[in-house]
Design a protein around this ligand. Structure first.
Ligand code: PMP
Length: 412
């Protein structure tokens, strides 16, 4: 069955998997349109975490006893689930991190140590989240490199001609978002990777916003590094993933030192563990990993194609309805766009809109969305952002538009 044909009953059943969706906010039904910041959790993910703590909690890898072995099995099975989800060829190419941010910091530090020298260049884009800017800036400062920025057109699409011209023999790595958290733009990452590879330049893709909405195949993309956070794809907070080709990871030094990442330690010298453990210092979030795996199974059960189709309908419907409002300005109108709508209305400050919508039980995000350079380039202080998930409905969009009309009338 396609999600498009899903009747109300089926959507109702899916929504019932998410207990928070029945919460009342100031006595109003919650409408949760802040999925870009974090997603809500289905019952099965919370139950998996509960089961881990209640039934087989023990530190992993080092224990000979039953619980430790069971916990290790679950954690390593979760790694396999992630590898299959991303279509990674080798499970040791999956590194568990605290999230997207830590994964990018890991690569910026470790890749930077191994491969960058003064005068080299790093290419990012104007629409990046701070997490995909600041770690590279820190590397640039540490090693005296130059940050090059791909610009975009007025629709929020990256300028590929300028991108091509930025790739040269000083470029060490390209790091761009798969999907913009502000504009919803889906970047042509496959083509961008191909262009970089023509010049033997590796590419990191920030998939924080993409994985919940778009099927990702790292082997088909031929991407060198791909990162995402569990909490945005219906999994727990505090855990995320770095996929990296082993040809790179094997040549990169560890990011942090400690237990787990070592083979032997003496006071004179330490030798490091093999992949993936070399990059997983300390006790990992071995319960979070199983929650993430459960979330991925949940999403796969519904089907990412079905999810994308339903969310696309929400995006088209939401855009059409929002444009009914006088003074509506949608920020980000790329041809390839996912279920994020950023907007401004007349001269009203986004924060005021967000505050009043909240009082009506509607959760949207306002502000710069951790993308201040993008806001500067658009010459705006911020936006209101509604971001949809597969559990959202057209009825919620109708209620949102009615509420927004009221709010705009009050603030105009
Ligand atoms: N990149 C993008 C595109 C994001 O949307 C986010 C989260 N808003 C991040 C990176 C950072 O993710 P996290 O805070 O989970 O590390």
């Amino acid at each position: 069955m396609s999600f498009n044909d899903m009747n109300k009953e089926q959507l109702h059943q899916i929504r019932a998997d998410f207990p928070i969706l029945t919460e009342k906010i100031y006595n109003k039904d919650l409408i949760y349109f802040d999925n870009g910041a974090t997603s809500q959790k289905p019952r099965c993910v919370v139950e998996k975490i509960e089961q881990g703590y209640y039934r087989y909690n023990a530190n992993i890898h080092r224990g000979v006893h039953y619980l430790s072995q069971k916990a290790t099995e679950e954690h390593e099975a979760a790694r396999t689930t992630v590898a299959e989800f991303l279509h990674a060829g080798k499970r040791e190419e999956i590194i568990f991190t605290r999230g997207t941010t830590e994964a990018i910091n890991l690569v910026a530090f470790s890749f930077g140590e191994a491969f960058c020298k003064a005068g080299d260049e790093i290419v990012i884009s104007v629409l990046e989240h701070h997490s995909n800017i600041v770690p590279w800036q820190m590397l640039c400062e540490r090693k005296d490199l130059k940050l090059q920025v791909i610009p975009m057109n007025e629709n929020g699409e990256l300028d590929l001609e300028v991108y091509k011209s930025l790739l040269n023999d000083r470029t060490r790595i390209v790091s761009v978002a798969h999907l913009s958290n502000v504009l919803g733009t889906v970047n042509p990452v496959k083509e961008m990777i191909r262009l970089a590879h023509e010049k033997d330049i590796p590419v990191l893709i920030d998939g924080a916003q993409a994985v919940p909405h778009i099927p990702v195949d790292v082997e088909d993309l031929d991407v060198d590094f791909y990162v995402f956070s569990a909490h945005k794809i219906y999994g727990p907070t505090g855990i995320g993933v770095l996929y990296g080709k082993d040809i790179w990871l094997n040549k990169m030094p560890p990011y942090q030192g400690g237990g787990e990442m070592i083979q032997t330690v003496t006071f004179e010298k330490t030798t490091y563990n093999v992949l993936p453990f070399k990059f997983e210092a300390g006790t990992p979030d071995y319960i979070g990993s199983t929650g993430l795996a459960e979330a991925l199974r949940y999403v796969q059960n519904i089907g990412l194609e079905n999810i994308a189709a339903h969310e696309h309908e929400l995006l088209s419907y939401g855009t059409e309805r929002l444009l009914e409002i006088e003074g509506m300005r949608i920020i980000g109108t790329a041809n390839e766009k996912s279920s994020v709508i950023s907007f401004l209305v007349g001269k009203i400050h986004p924060y005021d809109i967000g505050m009043l919508l909240d009082k009506l039980g509607i959760a949207v995000r306002t502000g710069h969305h951790c993308a201040q350079p993008l806001m500067d380039s658009l010459k705006i202080p911020g936006t209101v952002r509604a971001s949809f998930a597969f559990y959202n409905t057209k009825e919620e969009i109708d209620l949102f538009v009615t509420a927004l009309k009221r709010v705009v009338a009050m603030l105009s």
